[in-house]
Design a protein around this ligand. Structure first.
Ligand SMILES: NC(=O)c1ccc[n+]([C@@H]2O[C@H](COP(=O)([O-])OP(=O)(O)OC[C@H]3O[C@@H](n4cnc5c(N)ncnc54)[C@H](O)[C@@H]3O)[C@@H](O)[C@H]2O)c1
Length: 246
């Protein structure tokens, strides 16, 4: 394996498990010192101890704590991965539920990005990778608020790319398709309705299967690496072809 992150500092949000843990492990294997942050502080510590990184408990929806945790030492790489979904027909979703989904998936990305940008700007280097979803590009039946949130961060990321190109900072998104993580397990745990939803998602991919966290991490690592120096404002689908729709 190459070592594209030797000497670099990276922070990965929502890295207690799932895709975030795989991203943290991939960056660490390639030489980065990784700060693992998650609202699940114990899970963050477990990931950090496995990969030789450091951990902090952090709620991305609390801007003051985000600034305190991320605003000190400069980072070369920020991976905005923390996220949550909440299934239900949109007519049944009340504002408290949609505020929570928007807070984690959108405001969390804003807060973490704002916390690390000054350090990247002063060092004139940075890679910001935001984990969105194909739901943000093609919509998602039963997950409208999540899809809205994931679309919002694509627009945000493109704007950050525009504002920060003069500092050699790039901002890109990765759009996973259905991926074998606790998030997908939670869909299975919904029973028959969940099985139907999952089968529909898998059928929406061309490759006809779930992705693995390591497959998503490979896409994130490319965009986070120095070699992606001429790639900015993009959204890379790592979704088995789900972006085609149908
Ligand atoms: N698994 C999929 O099928 C899939 C598909 C498309 C996109 N995604 C996206 O990938 C990312 C990772 O998801 P995953 O599948 O690994 O899910 P996951 O539930 O395993 O991981 C999400 C992590 O985010 C953390 N988190 C939640 N709220 C937080 C908060 N307020 N502050 C800090 N951390 C918080 C959770 O504790 C958890 O560790 C998410 O952004 C998700 O929307 C996942």
């Amino acid at each position: 394996m190459t070592a594209r992150f030797t000497g670099q500092r990276a922070v990965v949000t929502g890295a207690a498990g799932g895709i975030g843990a795989a991203v943290a492990a991939r960056l660490a294997r390639e030489g980065a010192h990784v700060l693992v942050v998650d609202i699940d502080a114990r899970g963050a510590e477990l990931t950090a101890s496995r990969i030789g990184g450091t951990a902090a408990g952090l709620d991305v929806t609390d801007p003051a704590s985000v600034r305190a945790a991320l605003g000190g030492e400069p980072f070369d790489v920020l991976v905005n991965n923390a996220g949550m979904d909440d299934f239900g027909w949109f007519t049944e979703v009340d504002p408290d539920r949609w505020r929570k989904v928007l807070a984690v998936n959108v405001e969390g990305v804003l807060a973490c990005t704002q916390a690390v940008l000054p350090g990247m700007q002063s060092r004139r280097y940075g890679r910001i990778v935001t984990v969105t979803s194909e739901a943000g590009r093609i919509g998602s039946k039963g997950n409208a608020v999540y899809a809205a949130a994931k679309a919002a961060v694509i627009g945000f990321s493109k704007s950050i790319a525009r504002e920060n190109a003069r500092y050699s900072i790039t901002a890109n998104c990765v759009a996973p398709g259905p991926t074998e993580t606790p998030m997908v397990q939670a869909i299975r745990d919904m029973g028959e309705r969940g099985d139907t939803m999952l089968a529909r998602m898998i059928a929406g991919t061309q490759l006809g299967r779930l992705g693995t966290p390591d497959e998503i991490a490979a896409g994130v690592a490319f965009l986070a690496s120095p070699e992606a120096s001429y790639v900015t404002a993009e959204t890379l689908g790592v979704s088995g072809g789900m972006g085609l729709g149908g």
